[in-house]
Design a protein around this ligand. Structure first.
Ligand SMILES: [Ca+2]
Length: 288
């Protein structure tokens, strides 16, 4: 059987392979993959890096019941979270490892047959390094046949205060090609408003700390309502992260939020593209 990860397969070729084979076959292929099989490993850096895999978690439009995007999440081979994987990477190798994760996410998404936008996490350091992290990621995506308008880059608000005019200049042509930029974990750090002004994002992802206790906390509801209103005026899409209960989802709906992500809708799944079930959507829309 051909190795899915052998270069040069592009996005379309990979998708055609996916359509031509059964999912079980791909799962088998995927499980055999290890970081050392990555083409980038030839640059002698990956031996220092931990083994990892990619999970996906959907962002759902609860109004239409459609998948808005799939976020790629780094996981250890035993299912550990991104923090446990990144925790074993030295600061010196962090940007290289991050880039490796994004490349693997793109390749895994293609192998899974992704047909909605792919949302990738990027650190402020990678983004502000004259935009190199974004430029390189887009270049690789294009090599795989993935257009810029099918990509979202999620940058956490922490540290974005260093976002520079140079980075903005590097990002502008990419954004003109359709790349969307999201501020991740909005509301969790101290630089959210600064990032909001500097980056002028296409998307804001409200952090779980804003969503938790939302249904019984008037102050949080007022805050979320203000964020939604502000973003609406500026043409920015709002996503609620960490939605875990029907009450939270209903409250968010009443505040004008339709894009949601969280365990209520779908848990992340390794090397698979999870969907949400109709029953949950019906419960969210049900009155009372
Ligand atoms: Ca994220």
């Amino acid at each position: 059987m051909a190795d899915l990860y052998a270069i040069p397969l592009n996005w379309q070729e990979l998708r055609m392979q996916v359509l031509a084979r059964k999912t079980a076959t791909y799962r088998q292929v995927d499980r055999t993959e290890r970081p050392n099989a990555e083409p980038i490993s030839t640059n002698h850096a990956s031996d220092r890096f931990p083994a990892f895999t990619i999970a996906f978690q959907p962002i759902i439009n609860v109004e239409t019941g459609t998948v808005f995007a799939q976020e790629a999440l780094t996981r250890s081979l035993t299912g550990g979270g991104a923090a446990s994987v990144f925790g074993s990477v030295s600061p010196r190798g962090m940007l290289t490892f991050e880039a490796l994760c994004r490349k693997k996410a793109i390749r895994t998404a293609a192998a899974c047959g992704l047909d909605v936008p792919l949302s990738l996490n990027i650190s402020p350091a990678a983004l502000t390094l004259n935009g190199r992290g974004a430029v390189d990621t887009l270049r690789f995506a294009e090599q795989m046949g993935l257009r810029p308008d099918a990509l979202i880059l999620e940058v956490t608000e922490n540290g974005v205060i260093d976002y520079t005019a140079t980075a903005n200049a590097a990002m502008t042509p990419l954004r003109q090609q359709g790349l969307q930029v999201a501020i991740d974990d909005f509301g969790a750090g101290h630089n959210g408003l600064q990032a909001f002004v500097d980056i002028k994002p296409d998307i804001v992802k409200m952090d779980i700390t804003l969503i938790r206790d939302l249904s019984c906390c008037e102050a949080r509801q007022t805050l979320v309502h203000s964020i939604v209103e502000c973003c609406e005026r500026l043409g920015i899409k709002v996503i609620a992260e960490g939605v875990e209960t029907i009450d939270q989802a209903r409250t968010l709906r009443s505040l004008g939020v339709v894009l949601m992500q969280g365990f209520l809708l779908a848990r992340p799944q390794v090397e698979q593209l999870p969907q949400t079930c109709r029953e949950i959507l019906n419960q969210i829309e049900k009155k009372g």
